[in-house]
Design a binder for this molecule. Sequence first.
Ligand code: HEC
Length: 170
Amino acid sequence: MGARKTVGHRCSMVAIAALLIAGAAVAAPLPPALQQAVSRGAYIFNDDSFGSHVKPVADAASAFATLGGAPHGGPRFMTCAVCHIHGGLVRGRLPDGRRFASLRNAAAVFPRYNVKSHRVMTLEAQIRHCVRDGIVGRPPAYGSASMVDLVSYLKSIAAGQRIAIGGPTH
Ligand code: HEC
């Protein structure tokens, strides 16, 4: 009896392993609610100014056109997308032209240690920092709907990136 039980147990382990491998090979479609969070996150990333009244530059529309082009002439006020161009998929560009890393693998390397602030920064803390200092708006609260949506969006663009806590962004 005991031996048979062990065999049964092993079989189910093999079945579970097979399922896991199959699951990893073919990414299952996201549940609708999660897909909606990702889409809302992309919308917030491109269009939300978090109450800021800071214009990207004097002439936002033409500046945004220079920054890689946007439909509808670009945002009136700062958004994530003003600096993290093309949804964060390519290297960022500050309004003054300086370039920096893309957000492609950001969700895979946070949390990180921030030397300047002497603290471990989560992805959420970084988002709040960018809203406060980059957009000059009201940062979304931890656990708020906007934060959940933005994290979902950033995780979605990092799909398949190597998890490397504290690692560099590229
Ligand atoms: C004024 C330009 C600007 C805006 C607007 C901005 N960011 Fe950033 N962001 C940066 C810069 C520059 C860095 C990299 C250096 C740093 O840590 O400050 C960065 C870093 C990040 C990182 C970490 C990736 C890394 O390489 O360190 C994430 C995640 C991020 N931003 C998300 C956002 C989100 C989400 C928004 C909108 C809510 C946003 N940012 C708005 C300029 C901006």
